[in-house]
Design a protein around this ligand. Structure first.
Ligand SMILES: Nc1ncnc2c1ncn2[C@@H]1O[C@H](COP(=O)(O)OP(=O)(O)OP(=O)(O)O)[C@@H](O)[C@H]1O
Ligand code: SF4
Ligand SMILES: [Mg+2]
Length: 338
């Protein structure tokens, strides 16, 4: 397997609010290898953005704080890195495309101005050279009439164009890792497919590792090598995209897959998992999915399931399974699921 470029070890990020301490990210473990595309999926509020913002050390503080764990980036623990060091890493070694492009593009400056600044932050080049590189980068991400777009303001661009600009800016430092938080959610399906193609191209050509955050398993199927499923601040399942889509182990992942529209089947109504994700809470006992799980039994309400290895590089956090070192799968309840 390729070299690990990023490893989260028991990463915990909590918010300290008037209504108490919220463990939004609770002992999350995750690895990304060189050139790998890893998808993080889960419903709204399960901790996807807080995980990615923690990696970038951009959690608003207060009320947020990384309270435990490690973020190992090529042997360096970023939880301990100084702000000066993080400024060097952000954009250059780890880049991020934020969930809301309009909030990360400054409405008061032209596209060329903002892109040039990103270039000049990490490289000693003239303004003229930086503007030319911005134009080249915009062309690389498929923006037509790049020469004039650099003189335009964000509001003059369509949503798809803005997202391309964000990708161009994120790629300008030639990062080792690109974190893309819901990069296609606000776009129509055609533009969505183009943006995914673009990310796949960058991944193949530059071997950039991508952490793709999405609630859309269709997007994951398109582009990801591996998937990490999050639920209420925790990782509940992990495995190769192929395995997870073909044979999901955790009842939550099974529900997510069941909710996907199927093209060839006539469906009266689309399935949706009953209930909603519980807000993370300290001191909660039992499986966090228990209230929504059709297989829940007594133990699920009395103890916390651990994330266990099922062999075959798969993991699941569910009492229906028993740990296996490697090889044979340990599904003790395949009969229940079928
Ligand atoms: N600034 C904040 N103050 C308090 N709680 C917060 C703050 N930001 C996030 N949270 C909490 O952290 C949890 C995880 O939020 P997060 O934004 O990571 O969800 P998400 O998985 O990215 O959801 P979405 O799909 O809607 O983007 C939520 O319960 C949320 O309420
Ligand atoms: S531990 Fe229990 S409640 Fe949780 S997912 Fe497994 S069967 Fe369902
Ligand atoms: Mg989010």
């Amino acid at each position: 397997m390729a070299e690990t470029v990023l490893e989260l070890k028991d990463l915990s990020t909590h918010f300290f609010t008037d209504s108490g301490e919220i463990p939004a990210v609770d002992k999350v473990n995750l690895q990304i290898h060189k050139g790998e595309v890893v998808g993080v999926v889960g419903e709204s509020g399960c901790g996807k953005s807080v995980t990615s913002l923690s990696i970038m050390r951009l959690i608003p503080s207060p009320p947020g704080k990384i309270v435990g764990g490690e973020i190992n980036f090529k042997g360096e623990d970023l939880t301990k890195a100084s702000e000066k060091r993080m400024k060097k890493i952000r954009g250059k070694e780890i880049s991020m495309i934020f969930q809301e492009p309009m909030t990360s593009l400054n409405p008061l400056f032209t596209i060329g101005n903002q892109m040039s600044e990103a270039f000049r932050l990490h490289q000693k080049i003239s303004k003229k050279e930086a503007l030319q590189r911005s134009i080249d980068m915009l062309k690389q991400v498929g923006i037509p009439r790049a020469e004039s777009i650099v003189h335009e303001y964000p509001h003059q661009l369509s949503g798809g164009m803005r997202q391309r600009v964000m990708i161009a800016m994120a790629m300008s430092g030639d990062p080792e890792i690109l974190i893309a938080d819901e990069p296609t959610t606000a776009l129509d399906v055609t533009i969505q497919a183009q943006i995914l193609d673009l990310m796949r191209k960058l991944n193949k050509e530059k071997n950039t590792a991508i952490l793709l955050i999405t609630h859309d398993l269709g997007v994951v199927a398109e582009i990801c090598d591996r998937v990490v499923v999050m639920y209420s601040g925790q990782v509940v399942e992990e495995g190769s995209t192929r395995e997870i889509l073909k044979d999901p182990k955790h009842p939550y992942t099974q529900g997510l897959i069941k909710s996907l529209p199927k093209l060839r089947e006539k469906q009266q109504r689309l399935y949706s998992i009953p209930g909603t994700v519980p807000k993370p809470k300290l001191g909660r006992v039992g499986c966090r999915f228990a209230k929504r799980c059709e297989f829940a039994f007594d133990r699920c309400f009395q103890a916390d399931p651990e994330l266990i290895s099922l062999g075959n590089n798969r993991k699941s956090r569910c009492f229906l399974y028993e740990e296996k070192e490697s090889g044979v799968e340990s599904d003790v309840n395949s009969t229940i699921r079928s």
